[in-house]
Design a protein around this ligand. Structure first.
Ligand code: HGY
Ligand code: MN
Ligand code: MN
Length: 418
């Protein structure tokens, strides 16, 4: 009976649409930067849905929200979830799909009067994107004890605001303690945000792990000067330096090959005027690789380039690490369960690593963890054009559903009762 259970696809799609309408932007996406009024509105809507389902909803000290449906036994839950904060040019599926799929699965369990052995939980974590407050995956990092609450509350955002103040302002600094209780297993549904599944014509991704991430903020200080009168040899041009760094990291990635990727995503020149040699520049470098040694190599090569650039151009270049997470391998039993469930349901499935960071990357520190991917059209994400076909959204949610049911009776060792 349980194997034939399926979700209510229309209800899932309707909730995705409703949540997407909060912070809606042109092109069909959403802007709900972490801890903004739009994020609060999104949180309020999802918490209302959680309470309407009669779940036990808790909010912790960094604003993570966990909703639990009781099982036959007490104890650690089989948890799913993701995030509902977005980047400024967000799509409607990044993060949101994983949270609303968890909600839909719980509602389907109740509709079918299914009692699971263990509690089932759905969570949304604070500030997964890291676009306003770095690092990314901030809420789940604190949840698993990877950063102290005090340190997290003290983080200053790109707009000068502080995490703790903004949490208070939107009324989501909860009382549940951090680190939070470790679930017995965690599995997250997410769009791939890359081109692989679509190119391969595959519906489901059984995600093997997440690549390493290195975010650095660079402050370049030169000398603002007249753009017309200053001889080229006398310029200390921060604008030139920023452009050189952006070009360098691209060339470095192409030269290194493999999974190495890099970009300069944020760049502010000062005074940012047509006829003034830029006196200073603030920019960010995002480096990623599936192999830790290669990511370190990229970081070291960038460091050498920066010191050479600083001395040849007479610039001061200061670095601030915004995020640094090593690559993570997911639990093989969870990965195989996703793969077997997908095949049994008749879906094409393949194993692949994740290029994007996810809350699962943090949860893997404390429990057996895995992810389910569904295709992203043309691999586009962090863009309102982000799209996944409705049948793939529903397929992914049903694979997550059956995976959760299978994990419910999986003995991960330890003192678990059957
Ligand atoms: O940056 C990331 O990979 C994620 O979207 N936070
Ligand atoms: Mn995401
Ligand atoms: Mn994202």
């Amino acid at each position: 009976m349980a194997e034939s259970l399926r979700i209510n696809g229309e209800r899932l799609l309707a909730r995705i649409e409703e949540l997407a309408s909060i912070g809606a932007i042109d092109g069909g996406g959403s802007c709900r930067l972490a801890l903004t009024d739009e994020d609060r509105a999104g949180r309020d809507l999802v918490v209302t849905w959680m309470k309407d389902l009669g779940l036990d909803v808790s909010i912790d000290s960094i604003g993570n929200v966990v909703a639990v449906r009781a099982g036959k036994n007490d104890g650690p839950a089989t948890m799913t979830g993701s995030h509902i904060d977005t980047v400024k040019t967000g799509g409607r599926y990044d993060g949101n799909l994983g949270v609303l799929a968890g909600l839909e699965i719980i509602e389907s369990l109740s509709e079918n009067n299914i009692q699971t052995q263990h509690p089932v939980a759905v969570a949304f974590f604070t500030d997964e994107e890291g676009a306003r407050f770095a690092p990314d995956m901030l809420g789940s990092l604190v949840y698993v004890g990877g950063m102290t609450l005090e340190e997290a509350l003290d983080i200053k955002g790109v707009d000068g605001s502080k995490v703790g103040d903004e949490l208070d302002r939107i009324g989501y600094r909860g009382t549940s303690p951090c680190p939070g209780p470790s679930p017995r297993a965690f599995v997250e549904l997410h769009i791939e945000q890359g081109p692989v599944l679509e190119v391969e014509g595959i519906t489901i991704g059984a995600v093997t792990g997440v690549q390493g991430i290195s975010w650095t903020e660079l402050t370049v200080t030169g000398e603002s000067n007249h753009a017309g009168t200053t001889p080229m040899a006398l310029r200390h041009d921060s604008g030139f330096a920023a452009a050189s760094i952006s070009t360098y990291v691209r060339e470095l990635s192409i030269e290194m090959g493999g999974s190495q990727v890099a970009t300069v995503g944020r760049l502010e020149l000062n005074p940012n005027l047509v006829n003034v040699v830029a006196g200073s520049a603030i920019l960010t470098v995002d480096l990623r690789n599936t192999v830790e040694e290669r990511l370190l190599e990229a970081e070291n090569k960038l460091a050498d380039f920066l010191s050479e650039l600083g001395s040849s151009e007479g610039l001061k270049i200061e670095k601030r690490q915004l995020a640094r997470f090593e690559p993570v391998e997911f639990n093989q039993e969870v990965v195989s369960t996703v793969e077997n469930v997908a095949s049994r349901m008749g879906h094409s499935v393949m194993q692949l690593p994740s290029g994007a960071g996810h809350d699962a990357q943090m949860m893997a520190r404390v429990c057996p963890t895995g992810m389910v991917f569904v295709p992203s059209h043309k691999g586009i994400s962090h863009n309102p054009q982000e799209h996944t076909d409705p049948e793939d959204l529903i397929a992914g949610c049903n694979v997550l559903f059956q995976t959760i049911l299978e994990l419910d009776t999986t003995d991960f060792g330890g003192a678990e009762s059957k």
